[in-house]
Write a protein that binds this ligand. Sequence first.
Ligand SMILES: Nc1ncnc2c1ncn2[C@@H]1O[C@H](COP(=O)(O)OP(=O)(O)OP(=O)(O)O)[C@@H](O)[C@H]1O
Ligand SMILES: [Mg+2]
Length: 140
Amino acid sequence: MGAMEFRYEVEGGNFSKAGHASSAVKKILKQLNVDARIIKRVVVALYEGEVNVVAHAHKGHILVNINEDEIGISIIDQGPGIPDIDLAMQEGFSTASAAVREMGFGAGMGLPNMKKNTDNFEIESQVGVGTTVRMTTRLS
Ligand SMILES: Nc1ncnc2c1ncn2[C@@H]1O[C@H](COP(=O)(O)OP(=O)(O)OP(=O)(O)O)[C@@H](O)[C@H]1O
Ligand SMILES: [Mg+2]
């Protein structure tokens, strides 16, 4: 199979569309007969990343690269950025607003779960500009 690339847009604040990219990627990986446990890990990590753009940033896009060996996901947003990435990575750390918490988000578990569920995980962020998360996971 040749390499495949997909792009998804994410709107800040629009919780009804969060999960759009992760469900699309789930379908693609199923069609490629990827192991269900691996699909689950990828989908959890991507879903948390989508929700973070919706909850914490203004807008963003997601680039997904799939080849025979691995899936690479970049989540690129324009937003406030993350001033202290080590702190943001800690379980339970959250700056989610009251409105976001009322929707059931804001446990401070998204980033740690993204790291746990991927083989490679990197964040780059510039305060006042935005955040880029890159994750890769082996598919076999
Ligand atoms: N894309 C982003 N832009 C700006 N800040 C972010 C972004 N992603 C995460 N953060 C910051 O890092 C914190 C921790 O993120 P994490 O995903 O772990 O928890 P959360 O989103 O607050 O809650 P949960 O994911 O459990 O619903 C956030 O509260 C926010 O301060
Ligand atoms: Mg989160």
